[in-house]
Design a protein around this ligand. Sequence first.
Ligand SMILES: [Zn+2]
Length: 113
Amino acid sequence: MECGNCGTEVSSEDDFCPSCGAQFSSSATGDTSSRVSGEPESRFDIGEKGYLGIGGISGVIAFGFLPPLFGVVSIFCGVQLWRHHDKKLGGGIILFGAVALIVGMYVGAQTMQ
Ligand SMILES: [Zn+2]
């Protein structure tokens, strides 16, 4: 059978689509429209602009303040952006977050001495 959400060919025994994660039940074939209509990851998804904004701002903050926290947040937003939205933008945010993390930690270590 076909996943109603993304169209990937899936086994009828599967409860979840291996491609997009949409939930469906093989026992309830009559009423699947409500099950597969929503995107399963939408509640974790703050959107392309959200990830870009938070990833960018966290990256900037990470240069001067708590790089292990804000750098990781920035990288995380970049990964989400890369996975779900824009690979180029996401890759840029991941790179930016990593640079901010390294530079922020380096600067922090220098100023502590
Ligand atoms: Zn699917």
